[in-house]
Structures are given as structure tokens and as C-alpha cells.
Design a protein around this ligand. Structure first.
Ligand code: C2E
Ligand code: MG
Ligand code: MG
Ligand code: MG
Length: 296
């Protein structure tokens, strides 16, 4: 039993402590899990979208799809509270397939308004254990009509570490024409060797480094500078997550960072609000809007 628990936690790419909290008979978690089984059939899941902006000119070029659970009693639940559970019990597989279909459908619909807008979808390591992942992605593209190059799949380093055939699956995904991006870069067990071996298009520097900008000794500054140099040497685009302040955006721009994402530019928004606030305004209106409304 304990071995199985360890195995499952490792597969889900989570620290053991998180699993143990679930393993105890905690009525809160048991009921959350029962509810989660109903979330997909009862259509309680929705996607919010956060703009990703080109650093030069600050134009939105992509939307990251972020999962939300509209629970009938608890209200809007963030992924931090249920993705780990869904990874452990396997529900992330059908949920992840739904996320892919829905994000591709939405991005295809947005082409009329904003041609070339791409969509980023997060994948769990658990989804890579399914041999049919490339088929699931291909079906989402086909049924939506979205061009493959407008879909970016975000993976974390845990995929590369925990999934035996990860490189092969990434090759199959790359062959479909989709883009691959390494999320939360710098927080995992970074190995420089896979950065040039795998068919990656870009990496996202984790927001903890952005948060630490301006602290004594300039450690975060140096790390960001070094990661950008490395990424650009390998022809990878760099996105910085968690940009909340104009000074952070300015620092990243000065270093030649390619894309910005964070509350300064836009928060994750329901699709209708994303259309109104991110896609509709003229570039000028959009800029003054985001500086006024998202100051923290
Ligand atoms: P992530 O992929 O690294 O997504 C970025 C997270 O940072 C999001 O949290 C976003 O709301 C938050 N964020 C963005 N800008 C800022 C900022 O300026 N400041 C701060 N403090 N936070 C910011 P969220 O939506 O709660 O998602 C958390 C994580 O859940 C995601 O991290 C991702 O790993 C996972 N996730 C979300 N949706 C999915 C999904 O559909 N499938 C899978 N497998 N995982 C998902
Ligand atoms: Mg992400
Ligand atoms: Mg991230
Ligand atoms: Mg993250």
C-alpha cells in the first residue's frame, strides 16, 4: 500500500507530503474527490485565459488556458486545489483531453477577431503516460480546425524526468506541428542536456525569479540573464511569468526577453472578458487600461 502510494505520487510528479495529506481519511478530500468525478459530466469545468504579450510593442500574441472548477457549493476552485487530486486518481486524463478540445475550439473561434492568436495548454506528466496522447492532440486540432502551429503545449521538467518515453512522445507531438514549451523553468531538476536534445520552441522562466528581482546581491537578475543567454543561444523563445510591476517588465525587456505574462498585462479571464479586455481594445487603449486596472 505504501509502495503504491509512493509510486502514484512519483507518477503524479508531486512531493510525498501532498499525497499523504490525501491518503489520510480526510472527509474534505473524500468529498472533493467524489465531486471531481462529477465535474466533467456536469460541465462544471471552464477555461480562463491569460494573455501572453510580445515584449516589444506589448501586443497579445497568445492565450494560456487555465483550468477552473465552478463547484456548486465551494464556488470557483483554482487548479492548485484539485489538479494534484486529478493526477493521483487519473481524472486528469479525461479532463486534460477536454481542456485540449475546448482550448483549440476557442482559439479557432478567435481567429476571425485576431488572426494568428495562439493558445497554450498545460499538460500533466500523467497525460504522458497515456500512449494515445498524440492522437488526443490530433483529434482536438482536427475537430476545431485550428492550425497546429497555433497550439503550444506547456510541459514541466517532471515530464522529462518521470516519463520513460517522454522524448519519443515529444517527437510525435512535434511531428504534428504543435509547439512545445518548458513551463516553470528553473524550479525543477534542470538538466541542460535536454534543452538542445528535445524539440522545444521556448521556455517560461518561473515567476519565483521575477518575484525576487530587486533583492540584495541581484541573484535573480543574474539567473534570469544567464537563462536568457542560454535559451537564445539554443534558439528558444523566452517567456517570463508573473510580471506584476512595470520595473519587472522593463528589466526583462532590457535583457531581450521575448514574451511577458503576468497581472501587469492581464489576469486570467473568462473567455468573454478575455475577448473584451485583451482582444478588442486598440493597442493604445489596451496599454493604458492595463496600467490602470491591474496595479496591485
Ligand atoms: P502555470 O502553468 O505556471 O500557470 C501560471 C499560473 O500563475 C496561473 O495560476 C496564473 O493564474 C498565475 N499567474 C499568472 N500571472 C501571475 C502574476 O503576475 N502573479 C501571480 N502571483 N500569479 C500569476 P493558476 O491558474 O492557479 O494555475 C496554477 C497551475 O495549475 C498552472 O501553473 C498549471 O501548472 C496548472 N494548470 C492550470 N490549468 C491546467 C490544465 O488545464 N491542465 C494541467 N495539467 N494543469 C493546469
Ligand atoms: Mg503554464
Ligand atoms: Mg508556469
Ligand atoms: Mg507555475
Amino acid at each position: 500500500q505504501a509502495d503504491m502510494a509512493m509510486y502514484e505520487a512519483k507518477r503524479a510528479g508531486r512531493p510525498m507530503g501532498v499525497f499523504n495529506a490525501h491518503a489520510q481519511i480526510n472527509p474534505q478530500v473524500v468529498s472533493l474527490e467524489a465531486d471531481l468525478h462529477r465535474a466533467l459530466p456536469q460541465q462544471e469545468l471552464e477555461l480562463h485565459y491569460q494573455g501572453i504579450y510580445r515584449a516589444s510593442g506589448r501586443e497579445p500574441t497568445a492565450a494560456e488556458a487555465l483550468l477552473r472548477w465552478r463547484h456548486p457549493v465551494r464556488g470557483l476552485v483554482n487548479p492548485g486545489e484539485f489538479i494534484g487530486l486529478a493526477e493521483t486518481n487519473g481524472l486528469i486524463v479525461p479532463i486534460g483531453a477536454w481542456v485540449l478540445r475546448e482550448a483549440c475550439r476557442q482559439a479557432a473561434a478567435w481567429q476571425a477577431q485576431r488572426p494568428g492568436l495562439s493558445v497554450n495548454v498545460n499538460l500533466s506528466a500523467r497525460q504522458f503516460w497515456q500512449p494515445d496522447l498524440p492522437d488526443v492532440v490530433r483529434d482536438a486540432l482536427r475537430s476545431s480546425g485550428l492550425s497546429p502551429h497555433l497550439l503550444t503545449l506547456e510541459i514541466t521538467e517532471s515530464v522529462l524526468l518521470d516519463v520513460p518515453d517522454a522524448a519519443q512522445t515529444l517527437g510525435a507531438l512535434h511531428a504534428l506541428g504543435v509547439r512545445l514549451s518548458l513551463d516553470d523553468f528553473g524550479t525543477g531538476y534542470s538538466s541542460l542536456s535536454y534543452l538542445h536534445r528535445l524539440p522545444l520552441h521556448g521556455l517560461k522562466i518561473d515567476r519565483s525569479f521575477i518575484r525576487d528581482l530587486g533583492q540584495a546581491q541581484g541573484v535573480a537578475e543574474n539567473i534570469i540573464r544567464a537563462v536568457m543567454l542560454l535559451a537564445h543561444t539554443l534558439n528558444l523563445h523566452v517567456t517570463t511569468e508573473g510580471i506584476e510591476l512595470e520595473t519587472q517588465a522593463g528589466f526583462v525587456e532590457a535583457l531581450g526577453g521575448d514574451y511577458l505574462q503576468g497581472y501587469l498585462l492581464a489576469r486570467p479571464l473568462p473567455a468573454a472578458d478575455f475577448e473584451r479586455q485583451v482582444l478588442s481594445p486598440s493597442p493604445l487603449a489596451e496599454q493604458s487600461d492595463s496600467t490602470n486596472s491591474t496595479a496591485l
